[in-house]
Design a protein around this ligand. Structure first.
Ligand code: FES
Length: 193
């Protein structure tokens, strides 16, 4: 991200400062309680910052900025450091995600078995795009991944980390329909496999 014609590093510094400023306020007490419990379960250990973020993301499906500021303070880490960790790992998201996170594998094994058609079908059914991957009602987020580690089952997609093997467009349509009708919990999504 480039600002004001500066260098990439300058731009990144400005972006981090902006992020820190925006995230300094607004943590609700109920959320603070959840964070305190997560931090407590890791003994406020700085070296567990990744595991702490994973636990936060499990609860909220992304890492809200104000929560990163809060854990930085509690772990005695700089906000820039915590932000750096959150942006380094692609499994972490700073953007809110839908209730059902659908990942379509576009690794080689899946790609040669028409994963692109499945992706196009699902995006079309949900009215999302690469630039706008989450539906307005926050029910679905559609993402691509490079390999889900299940190449023998290609083409593969996952819904909230539950694997759906040997997909095709017809199965994709049925899956989306089922999720829309069920519209239940993330655990129910897992049970549906
Ligand atoms: S390439 Fe899709 S699971 Fe490996």
């Amino acid at each position: 991200m480039l600002y004001y014609g500066g260098t990439d590093q300058q731009s990144e510094d400005i972006y981090i400062q902006s992020w820190i400023w925006q995230g300094g306020e607004g943590l609700e007490s109920k959320n603070q309680k959840v964070l305190d419990e997560i931090l407590e379960s890791h003994n406020y250990d700085q070296t567990a910052v990744i595991a702490i973020m994973q636990d936060i993301q499990k609860v909220y499906r992304y890492l809200p900025e104000e929560m990163l500021c809060y854990i930085a303070k509690k772990l005695h880490l700089s906000e820039a450091k915590v932000y750096g960790v959150a942006t380094f790992y692609e499994n972490f998201s700073l953007e809110p995600k839908g209730k059902y996170v659908i990942k379509i594998c576009d690794g080689t094994a899946c790609h040669v078995r028409q994963s692109t058609e499945i992706l196009t079908e699902i995006r079309s059914l949900l009215g999302v795009t690469e630039a706008k991957p989450t539906t307005e009602d926050m029910m679905f987020t559609v993402e691509t991944v490079s390999c889900l580690g299940a190449c023998g089952l290609a083409p593969v997609c996952t819904v909230n980390d539950v694997v759906y093997p040997a997909m095709n467009q017809e199965k994709a349509r049925a899956l989306i329909q089922k999720l829309k009708e069920g519209a239940g919990t993330r655990e129910e999504a897992a049970d549906e496999n």
